[in-house]
Design a protein around this ligand. Structure first.
Ligand code: AMP
Ligand code: ZN
Length: 510
């Protein structure tokens, strides 16, 4: 198939044409969350943008297999080999076991992903499932002379590599994002960049999760999990590896060091790094404690879709500054956009279900034509036969959309194409199927059916009803049921029905 996507590759620091190892197929890996706390909206920025990357690839006709780990062991506070074990810290904070914490926050992460329309990856694997794979890789690294035992731990020996700083010319200070000031020197290390593959001598006496290994009872270092989990499911060659920019060093640098030493060849072709969401104090991070979550936003009446749109309006390779004022503006724009699309649906007489069925049929034809380099005009003309959809315009706008988002995941340009479609002189059905198809990538709920907005309630009536409900409650308390019934009747005569529920008395206009 024709490769139409360009990606900025952190490895080469260039925007390159994306060419997968296997024609039409993409092997993609995402560093998953460390499940000791809720994901904050900064973490979720990374997952939103990685989701758009996956969906853009699918839109372009690729079969994508995406794998993600869940870090439930081994990630220390410093991202290197010092500081507290994050999972243990979470368990102590909540007086629970590490596995209880892991389950709770994995479920919470999944719920957040659902709310933000982030597709759950094809394979999601917790690190604690793969201990034998980790041990195997470490054994091979020892055999090949890339690892050594010291002070009862197993370390990777970075002096054996031709090049360690594969992500290039940044200074080490710049790369060390989020490392704490109180880093202790590990005297077992032969070189300062060496890192732990397996801990047997845990400095946490109460380390909860430990396994037998050829080197004694212990637990894995953090970096080894992504190398092993990705190879388990994607094999020895990977197309795209993703993560937030802070993962570049030391995490991804160490992943490459151990994977390529183990494999004896290049491992990943494209590295995709999402820049940070910042608040006024800098990078948003779980360890700072006071974090913004999807629930925080919902508690303030903000639909998670507004946050997704906020992320999509800026480029993933630029830092993004969070502010409620900007979210307010995004909401205004979103509401107007939805209103336009809703009026088109009324004009075309199509609800979400009918629209999706039609758009799915056309998209299937378009993607198959992309994937197998078939004649696009012929394929789309066949798919739209008997409908009002303008085939030529459909192809034209689909190409524009793919050129926009396919240009290093330029989501804001993709959104501009949505507005171009709305502003064009195409018929309503053509506009709608195009927008529905684009929304398979943007995932902003652009075409879903929404309940009719409720008519605003007269505040005077509301105050009157609430005072009557209070009066009735008092009457019931005094066992004056005749009065309570009379109040119910009085309200009904004014067109208000009341109902007693476990949460109290509720009312509605009838
Ligand atoms: P963690 O749960 O800490 O392992 O992080 C999960 C993902 O979120 C990783 O890909 C991080 O690089 C990413 N991440 C962490 N903080 C931020 C932030 N403020 N903005 C964007 N991504 C972040
Ligand atoms: Zn990772």
């Amino acid at each position: 198939m024709e490769n139409k996507i360009q990606l900025f590759n952190t490895l080469t620091r260039k925007t390159e044409k994306f060419i997968p190892n296997e024609d039409g197929k993409v092997a993609m890996y995402t560093c998953g969350p460390t499940v000791y706390h809720f994901a904050h909206i900064g973490n979720l920025r990374s997952y939103i943008m990685e989701d758009v990357l996956e969906k853009t690839l699918r839109y372009a006709g690729y079969d994508v297999k995406r794998v993600m780990n869940i870090t439930d062991v081994g990630h220390l506070s410093s991202d290197a080999d010092t500081g507290e074990d994050k999972m243990l810290k979470g368990a102590k904070r909540e007086h629970k076991t590490v596995m209880e914490i892991a389950k709770f926050y994995t479920d919470a992460f999944k719920t957040d992903c659902e709310k933000l329309n982030i597709k759950w990856p094809d394979v999601v694997e917790p690190a604690t499932n793969c201990i034998s794979e980790f041990i195997h890789m470490i054994e091979v690294l020892l055999e090949k002379g890339y690892a050594y035992k010291a002070g009862e731990n197993i370390y990777f020996d970075t002096s054996k590599l031709k090049e360690y700083y594969v992500f290039g010319n940044q200074s080490e200070e710049e790369l060390l994002v989020g490392v704490r000031d109180d880093v202790e020197e590990d005297t077992n290390k032969r070189n300062k960049n060496d890192f732990v593959l397996w801990f047997t001598k845990s400095k946490f006496e109460d380390q909860a999760l430990k396994w037998d290994s050829p080197w004694g009872v212990g637990y894995p270092g953090w970096h080894i999990e992504c190398s092993c989990i990705s190879m388990k499911h994607l094999g020895e060659y990977m197309d795209i590896h993703c993560g937030g920019i802070d993962n570049m060093f030391p995490h991804h640098t160490n992943e490459i060091a151990q994977s390529e030493s183990y494999l004896g060849h290049k491992w990943v072709n494209y590295w995709f790094h999402v820049h940070h969401l910042n608040d006024r104090n800098g990078k948003m991070s779980k360890s700072k404690g006071d974090i913004l979550t999807v629930s925080t936003l919902e508690g303030k009446g903000i639909d998670p879709m507004i946050y997704r749109l906020f992320c999509l309006q800026s480029h993933y390779r630029k830092p993004l500054e969070f502010s409620y004022d900007v979210l307010d503006n995004v909401k205004n724009g979103y509401d107007k956009l939805i209103k336009k699309i809703d009026s088109l649906k009324t004009e075309a007489g199509l609800d979400h279900k009918a629209l999706s069925e039609l758009s799915l049929k056309i998209e299937k034809a378009r993607k198959t034509a992309e994937r197998y380099s078939k004649d696009m005009n012929e394929s789309i003309a066949k798919a739209v036969k008997g409908t009002e959809v303008d085939a030529t315009a459909y192809i034209d706008f689909s190409d524009k959309f793919l050129a926009a988002v396919g240009n290093d995941i330029n989501t804001s340009s993709g959104i501009t194409v949505v507005y171009d479609v709305l502003g064009s002189n195409l018929n309503a059905v053509t506009k709608l199927v195009l927008i529905d198809a684009f929304d398979q990538v943007l995932s902003l709920n652009l075409t879903v059916d929404r309940p009719e907005p409720k008519a605003a309630v007269d505040p005077e009536l509301e105050a009157f009803v609430l005072s009557k409900i209070e009066e009735r409650k008092e009457a019931k308390k005094n066992k004056d049921f005749a009065k309570a019934d009379a109040i119910r009747e009085e309200l009904l005569n004014k067109g208000v029905a009341i109902k007693d529920t476990r949460e109290g008395t509720v009312w509605e206009l009838v």
